[in-house]
Design a protein around this ligand. Structure first.
Ligand code: PMT
Length: 210
């Protein structure tokens, strides 16, 4: 099967030297890409800026911003739609509305930034890109994990959403391990124990194969 996986953070420029981003290391997304390869699948990876060695995927698209990830995804869904898409990336939800072409000078005591929403890549897959394959998202939550994840699953037309508690420092962002609950479209929940991201990735890819 063909997998298309997004990984890592996006960076939303404020000026030529500053950006808004988040703590995603790319480890979860890269582990999924490696697990899919190990289980004999073809993988295309869209990656935000990370410090990881690129896995041996068929195609690697490196992007910086949410807009670039959105455009790359739209192009791939139109030209080479995968059997399974997994959106692991921690896409910035907001970006500076007026990024500056020159470095912002610190000549005022305070600075107010106006932010605007970035495009919702996972949320565009069904409604705008017309994607028909298996669609898997992650839900990074700090409270009400399962209801919040289930609501994202419905809003974004996913078959499976992976609820991830990102309030803990031993799992989630930039850690070696993760602990998640798989929330299926039919309402079933599968709670998994704390595992290395590699072990967890193998289980997730196996669930996709069913
Ligand atoms: O990279 P690591 O350090 O290994 O950390 C892994 C992780 C914590 C980033 C990962 O396990 C995870 O939870 N990824 C989802 C992060 C996220 O942005 O969650 P969210 O609940 O804000 O978004 C819900 C879903 O919509 C996600 O599938 C996200 O990729 C997608 N999204 C969000 C915003 C946006 N503008 N476009 C999107 O496609």
């Amino acid at each position: 099967m063909n997998f298309l996986i997004t990984a890592g953070p996006t960076r939303e420029p404020l000026d030529p030297v500053r950006y808004l981003s988040n703590r995603s290391s790319g480890k979860m997304g890269y582990a999924l890409a490696e697990a899919a390869l190990e289980l004999g699948h073809a993988v295309t990876l869209i990656s935000g800026p990370v410090a990881l060695k690129a896995p041996d995927v068929a195609v690697l698209h490196r992007i910086e911003t949410a807009q670039q990830m959105w455009e790359t995804m739209q192009h791939l869904i139109a030209t080479a739609p995968p059997d399974i898409a997994i959106c692991t990336a921690a896409v910035a939800d907001y970006r500076p509305k007026f990024p500056q072409f020159q470095k912002i000078k610190k000549d005022t005591e305070a600075l107010t930034l106006e932010l605007e929403r970035t495009p919702d890549i996972l949320g565009s897959m069904r409604s705008l890109f017309g994607y028909k394959g298996l669609l898997i998202g992650f839900a990074a939550e700090t409270e009400n994990f399962i209801p919040n994840a289930q609501s994202k699953l419905q809003r974004k037309g996913c078959d499976l959403i992976i609820a991830n508690d990102v309030s803990r420092t031993d799992i989630g962002f930039d850690s070696e391990s993760n602990q998640v609950t798989l929330c299926y479209a039919d309402g079933r929940l599968e709670e998994l124990p704390k595992l290395s991201k590699r072990e967890l990735a193998i289980i997730i890819i196996q669930r996709c194969q069913k």
